[in-house]
Write a protein that binds this ligand. Structure first.
Ligand code: SF4
Length: 515
């Protein structure tokens, strides 16, 4: 019992409270491995709290409380996994957790309310949560830090309710309740004075939508009130068009000059190209995992692909060798499992493309899909980004590459750019990945995707693709809870396809209060 994939009724682990009844028994070898990884995470969290500035940060910022759920976050994304698949997931999540701990350590060390290290603060460039960090590859003496990633993006990943307080705060200030919760929560953190203050300058990007622009405007006012200069990269939205590329490149040249002028640092081509060599290798690994997913034996899929890809592509951007090392290990493990035809769950019933913007408070919905219904989340929209090789030695071309990457940031590359990237590409990927199903995240506050309903349905019907709409409100589980998300799938599977779940204990879960 427990060693084989699918041998445990996973719904029995839920207790109705914040944490599960018990840890999952995976057979002796895998349970010991999982426990050893858990101990390493606990060691890392303890080491983090040994620094006085981190203790101050923990007590000063309301959103820091969510970080007690780091081990639970890893558990919920490794549920049901065995053997190499468990090891792949730990390589990914543990490294991301370590990277976030470093981010927080630097932020609190520099923060005026905690460590107040003014020399360090001058060397920090503050970036948006949803922004490529590629530009920082040319500034090895500076640090790129996004406090939004720590306070909002990761906080909700750890604890579904993490930012509801900040959403209330910003709505009390008059921002409508139907604004996307991501920029609304970031602005709420600023209005609530829960923002760590540091930095030699700030580089914002016009991300994707009206909500993001609103949020950036509120933050820019705060930075400037603190004497921290702000530059806003206005990357073109019609990113497929050749005519906008010169303008986009000039925005990057201007941003580089702004950082140089604000910090005194000089752009370093050697370091930039070193980063891009790593970035290209990371892209190759990701593409090879996706190639495997086109076969009968996918290995790196679902949330494990999505969350790790978001980090490596956007936030790491080739700047950290540890991520390349992890990629190599993941590829080796995946190739071994592929050769042995190992499966993630006992039965594969449907091959799905996950499209639209995910519910950040329920990223473990993807493992639930595979464990409960045997629906394989092969690849998701946010992982399908820019795969072309970027220049490793030509400074002129490099500026255009950086500009292209800023235009093709995660989410932005599909929510903007025209119907080719949002609609046509979806059907192309269905064909390439031999998918018979699309799980379409319907983020109800995302203006960028609203209104496309009919177009998606019409084409899915023509192509014979099973299209399942899954409603959510990105970072506000009070609007649409986790069970309501699951019920969108449960209803479809039972009433349209007349199927029974692989693991019926997962169909209805008491996890409303879970982390
Ligand atoms: S999810 Fe939609 S509304 Fe929210 S930031 Fe992204 S594009 Fe904008």
């Amino acid at each position: 019992m427990g060693k084989a994939v699918g041998s445990v009724k996973l719904g029995n682990l839920y207790s109705g409270g914040k944490v599960r009844k018990r840890r999952e028994w995976r057979g002796l070898r895998d349970t010991l491995y999982d426990y050893w990884r858990w101990l390493k995470i606990m060691k890392m969290l303890t080491a983090f709290l040994m620094h006085p500035h981190n203790v101050k940060g923990f007590l000063r910022y309301r959103w820091m409380l969510n970080y007690v759920a780091v081990p639970a976050m890893i558990d919920k994304h490794t549920v049901g996994l065995r053997g190499n698949h468990l090891r792949i997931a730990h390589e990914e999540y543990d490294l991301v957790a370590e990277d976030v701990a470093k981010l927080l350590d630097t932020a609190f060390r520099a923060d005026r309310a905690c460590g107040n290290d003014t020399e360090l603060s001058k060397k920090i460039v503050v970036l948006d949560e949803n922004e490529m960090f590629t530009i920082m590859g040319g500034f090895p003496t500076l640090k790129g830090i996004s406090w939004e990633t720590a306070a909002v993006y990761v906080a909700v990943l750890l604890h579904g309710d993490a930012v509801t307080h900040y959403l209330d705060v910003i709505q009390e200030m008059g921002v409508p309740g139907d604004v996307c919760p991501m920029p609304a929560a970031e602005a709420g953190v600023v209005i609530d004075d829960d923002i760590p203050v540091f930095g030699g300058c700030v580089i914002q990007c016009n991300t994707t939508c009206d909500g993001s622009l609103m949020g950036n405007g509120i933050m820019a006012r705060r930075y400037e009130a603190e004497g921290i200069p702000v530059f806003q990269i206005a990357a073109p939205l019609r990113h497929l068009e050749e005519g906008v590329q010169e303008y986009a490149a000039q925005e990057i040249r201007n941003a580089i000059k702004f950082i140089e002028d604000s910090t005194g640092a000089k752009w370093d081509w050697n370091n930039y190209f070193e980063c891009m060599k790593r970035f290209n290798e990371e892209t190759q690994h990701r593409v090879s995992w996706m190639e495997m997913s086109k076969t009968d034996y996918p290995q790196v899929i679902g949330a494990n692909l999505a969350l790790y890809s978001e980090t490596t592509y956007m936030a790491i951007a080739g700047r950290v060798q540890d991520f390349v090392e992890a990629d190599r290990k993941i590829s080796k493990l995946a190739e071994e499992s592929y050769a042995r035809k190992e499966m993630l769950v006992p039965e594969y019933r449907h091959r799905a493309i996950i499209w639209g913007v995910q519910a950040q408070y329920y990223t473990d919905f993807l493992p639930w899909l595979q464990n409960c219904w045997g629906i394989l989340p092969l690849v998701d929209m946010l992982s399908l980004v820019y795969f072309d090789k970027v220049s490793e030695d030509d400074p002129e071309q490099a500026i255009y590459d950086i500009a292209k990457l800023y235009q093709e940031m995660i989410m932005r590359n599909r929510t903007h750019g025209g119907y080719e990237v949002l609609l046509d590409d979806l059907w192309r990927f269905c064909k390439e990945f031999d998918a018979d199903m699309v799980i379409l995240w319907e983020h109800i506050s995302c203006k960028a995707l609203d209104g496309m309903h009919g177009l998606f349905e019409e084409r899915a019907r023509e192509l014979g693709i099973k299209l399942v709409w899954v409603n959510h409100d990105l970072m506000d589980p009070r609007v649409i809870g986790r069970q309501a998300i699951r019920d969108d799938v449960n209803r479809y599977m039972r009433s349209v396809l007349q199927e029974e779940p692989i693991d019926p204990s997962l169909e209805n879960l008491d996890d409303e209060h879970a982390w």
